[in-house]
Design a protein around this ligand. Sequence first.
Ligand code: SF4
Ligand code: SF4
Length: 429
Amino acid sequence: MFLDPKLLRRITIDITANCNSFCPGCLRRVASDVPRLGLKEGDINPAIQVGHKGNMPLSTVKNIFTPTVMGGLKTLDFNGTFGDCIMHPDLIPILNHIADVSDSQKEQRKANNRNRRTDLWISTNGGVRDKAFWTELGKLASERYNPNNSEVIFALEGTDDKTHQMYRRKVPYEAVLERAQWFMDAGGTAVWQIIEFEHNKHQIPDARKLAEEYGFSRFDIRRSRMAEHISNSLREEAIRTGVMTVAEKETSYEHTGFSKVKKKDMSEGAEHSHTTEAYKEMEVKAKKIVVEKFNDDMDDYANNCSIWCQWGNEGKLQIEWDGRVHVCCHMTAYFGRPWNKDSANEQGQPDNEYQNYYVNKYDDNWNYTSHHTLEDILHHKFYQKDLHDSWKNKVDDPEKPRLNICIDNCGSIATELRSEKEERIILGE
Ligand code: SF4
Ligand code: SF4
């Protein structure tokens, strides 16, 4: 069964839409002024709620991490699109609850060939909470979750506070290091994650050395949004103009991946450009695929490229802060932009093929774990039939069209380039 609730490999969850930071480019804020919706750059995204309304209640958590799900779940991944889980006031009780359910399913986990304890991954900016919290989290991660594959991934974007805060705004560098230390002292495994930008890439070798000195177990370099971005941009541009061929774009294409970041108030010389050599190389590869396999025609590509559902085929799914289930983070990100004319109407209401051909035909709250258990949701026909049918259809199918989001993120280009996005270096070996 696709996304079998008894055998999920990973649930990625955003248990809160709150965050203490203000990273340029984060979806929780509006990226630029949108006068028609009365939005200003930097406003909170109207698709989310903040304060206590932005925190997932325990009742929803219970609907997700049921005995059925915990009897087979391999990895629990707290990695937010809109928030940082450390901001949820009940993170520790939630983690204890999930561990209790997992413990109650020991036999089933064994029968399903899963480790006795679930893996716990937490991604955070590490900018809040006191020593007692980080100590408790360190103990929890190492004692109640799989000690061999549980980790907190701290975002550390350089080797000094100034460089770090160019991206991780309002998160003091030294404070993150201190919290990581508290967590490690209590037995937790910490990972240093850095996003490579033009302004910090010269610091990467020293950051790696520091990570080793401080006792981090791994050093992850993220070069995110590349494959997807190339694929998206090529296609969007071709369809928008309707005339430009991929070969023509070889000379006219401009990188726009981090244009919004560039607009922000950057210090001198701190441009957030993503135009790296690796990026250009990937662009060339993407174009080659379209030219050679799809007759240099993006419409041909959109209708006929093979779609490999990167998340669902591997038993992975994502749950939003409000309990909504998506197969993947791409869906959360794409449909969480009410100002985006590709996915919403002039009034900011959802208006896209997913909404119009699928969601509007289903019952209200069909994919909300605030209303249903996760296993009931995964038995819904969207996951078990309609989505699969869409991948076999053309983009203009009158009933179940191929979704642009699937073409952009899981079409041949993205699938072939995806492996080059991230580098993981094990430290201390
Ligand atoms: S830490 Fe994460 S959730 Fe918070 S603002 Fe930055 S990118 Fe967004
Ligand atoms: S974009 Fe579509 S095909 Fe890709 S992971 Fe998400 S649901 Fe699957």
